[in-house]
Write a protein that binds this ligand. Structure first.
Ligand code: HEM
Length: 141
């Protein structure tokens, strides 16, 4: 018996992806461990809730909502203004992995998403070191 491989979009659906994204930003807004990540973002996260949901819906195999609206799925350019080193990348990933655990995402979808999420986060990294490390270097002369 053969089973048709499922995309994360088929498992989660649009509602599940929107729940994941809302959980991600709720955690970013409320958990002290994500305060540094929160400070990088605009005061009002409402537009980001929509943008990231649209992006992930397409990225997970659903309709290309973000591409249709913005004409690209390249994430390098929109991240250029921000300092994203290894620590910033990992802060984003920790928040997203927590959101996956807390948003009723089925374990098989979590397994499918971990590695590809790491790869996208690594692709938007645009600094060899984290801001904290570079501040330390400056502070210690
Ligand atoms: C899988 C990895 C990631 C994805 C899919 C993603 C997705 C996005 C999207 C769709 C946007 C909106 C772009 C636009 O203006 O159209 C965005 C903006 C942004 N991202 Fe990411 N991102 C990722 C990783 C990161 C990482 C590692 C950081 C840094 C810690 C980061 C920080 C930001 C910030 C600060 C903004 C601007 C938000 C604002 O305007 O409030 N992202 N990201």
């Amino acid at each position: 018996m053969s089973t048709t491989p499922q995309t994360p979009y088929q498992i989660l659906g649009e509602d599940g992806i929107r729940t994941l994204v809302n959980t991600f930003y709720d955690l970013m807004e409320s958990a002290p461990e994500h305060a540094a990540l929160r400070r990088m973002h605009a005061k009002d996260l409402t537009p980001m809730r929509e943008k990231l949901a649209e992006y992930l819906i397409g990225w997970m195999g659903g309709p290309p909502l973000y591409a249709d609206k913005y004409g690209t799925v390249c994430m390098t350019e929109p991240h250029e203004p921000y300092w994203i080193g290894p620590e910033e990348r990992d802060q984003w990933l920790r928040c997203m992995y927590q959101a996956l655990e807390q948003s009723n995402t089925p374990p098989e979808a979590i397994d499918m998403l971990r590695e590809p999420l790491y790869r996208v986060a690594e692709a938007v990294r645009n600094r060899p070191n984290s801001r904290t490390q570079s501040d330390d270097v400056i502070a210690s002369g």
